[in-house]
Design a protein around this ligand. Structure first.
Ligand SMILES: [Zn+2]
Length: 213
């Protein structure tokens, strides 16, 4: 399998390309910006894009999705609880002083327990509200890999002060759904360096209060 993660856009959102070199198929997760670069890389690798998966509808994660869909024909997947944030794209752009990207409602709803991704490398969708109401993580069991969006970071957790954010809820999502995964599960967060579930269980300062024990 081909796995490439690279930061895109002014907020350096981690965009991931996951490809099957034998089937010549790929998915892209969180194409927030720099769509030309993402599309060029897919072409270089000879991969046809099958799905565009969005962990949540903040502009730095979803901003390039429609442009990438227009270039490739691939459908966009997003949890429906983040539709209000899609409708607020002009406001989101204004907060950051950015141009408003063209957006459209997603083609498919990402629901808890759903299987998405590639035939030989599926992911299970974990609905993990708290950073936003529609935030999801993608658990690629064959790769022992979690794409965590802005729910869990190396040494931190997602902010909850934006519309749809809820601090108690994000802690509950992380404890109930993410820390329950095997400790050696690799975590690629929405921003910054990779980590593992075990490392965050041991050392994440937001998760050690004992209130959920
Ligand atoms: Zn976010």
């Amino acid at each position: 399998m081909i796995l490439e993660t690279f930061p895109v856009g002014p907020l350096q959102c981690n965009c991931t390309i996951l490809g099957d070199g034998e089937a010549h198929e790929a998915i892209v997760i969180d194409p927030g910006d720099e769509v030309g670069r993402i599309h060029r890389r897919l072409t270089e690798l000879g991969l046809q894009l099958k799905q565009i998966l969005i962990t949540h509808a903040h502009i730095d994660h979803i901003g390039g999705a429609l442009k990438l869909k227009k270039l490739t024909g691939a459908p966009i997947f997003l949890n429906e609880k983040d539709l209000p944030l899609v409708k607020m794209m002009a406001a989101q752009a204004a907060w950051l002083g950015m141009a408003t990207p063209e957006t459209a409602p997603p083609d498919e709803n990402l629901t808890d327990g759903q299987s998405v991704g590639l035939a030989r490398c599926p992911a299970q969708v974990l609905h993990t509200p708290g950073h936003t109401q529609g935030s999801v993580c993608l658990h690629f069991i064959p790769l022992n890999l979690l794409i965590a969006g802005d729910t869990l970071f190396a040494g931190s957790i997602g902010r909850t002060d934006l519309p749809g954010g809820n601090f108690d809820q994000i802690l509950e999502s992380i404890h109930a759904r993410l820390l329950a995964l095997p400790g050696d599960t690799k975590v690629i967060p929405g921003h910054g360096p990779s980590t593992t579930i075990g490392e965050e269980r041991r050392s994440n300062p937001y998760l050690g209060s004992g209130r959920f024990l």
